[in-house]
Design a protein around this ligand. Sequence first.
Ligand SMILES: C[S@@+](CC[C@H](N)C(=O)[O-])C[C@H]1O[C@@H](n2cnc3c(N)ncnc32)[C@H](O)[C@@H]1O
Length: 269
Amino acid sequence: MRLRREIEFHRRSKEDLNDFIKKLELQALETAEERIPLYLEAGLKDAKLTLDVGCGSGVVTRDIAHFTKGNVIGIDGSPDMIEVAEKVLKDCRNVKLMVGGAHRLPFKNNTFDIVTCNLLLMWADNPQNVVNEMARIVKPGGRVLASLEPDYGGKLHWPENQKIDPVFAGKAIKKKGGDPHIGRKLRFLFVKAGLDTKVGIGNTRIWSCEEDKSYYLHARDFYVKALYDAGLKEKDIDQWEYEYLKSLDEGVQLNFFPQFYAIGTKPKA
Ligand SMILES: C[S@@+](CC[C@H](N)C(=O)[O-])C[C@H]1O[C@@H](n2cnc3c(N)ncnc32)[C@H](O)[C@@H]1O
């Protein structure tokens, strides 16, 4: 019943799905530098079997498959996303994909060497339950890795915009059903799941204005839609965009928001 609810929740219109896939592709590219060292730290290279929970369109699973000698399973609650992932991963012979919910992972205890998720916990109904499940199915001595879990409370930028800033400081995520403060909760979630835990911030580098502008222009539709959905007027959005792009062109805009990760090791009895 819960899985059906999760699947319905993640069903999107074709247009929304295409936009979402485009965004995930760009995000995967922009964050590869942060994620790949974490995969290596978790021991991905020598892992025999890895699970990627909430694999989405498979762009991150593709990186995981590339950096391991073993096999990888990708699981996602959305059949639409798995359909896309099947195309994205068609040349990866070491990957299998399946539809399934993260709150009750359909695997036996102690099955995987590594269980990963990227940008998943912030969207989970019950993130503790998801981490517990990941911990249950990883082998003793194996690793659970959650990457790119943001904390919008830590968003810093300058110059400010009083009307727009609260939307991007968590309101838009909350409205979509996500937890904008999941980053700060990672240690709690992992320790409560019985894992020996290390947490950190993956993105310490601050992007240049050129990088920021290029990302914004690619993902513009999402930003503008989030502002409309938050009830902002067209004239305010236009004004903000004008000022934002101007500050990027002048090279004075500074933007940072922390993306947390947690690596947990399951104790050997
Ligand atoms: C933001 S996307 C990230 C996708 C992918 N990990 C990436 O980084 O490109 C979150 C994904 O988690 C999936 N998801 C969210 N809640 C889920 C749940 N309870 N069970 C399984 N998948 C879930 C969504 O369908 C979506 O594909």
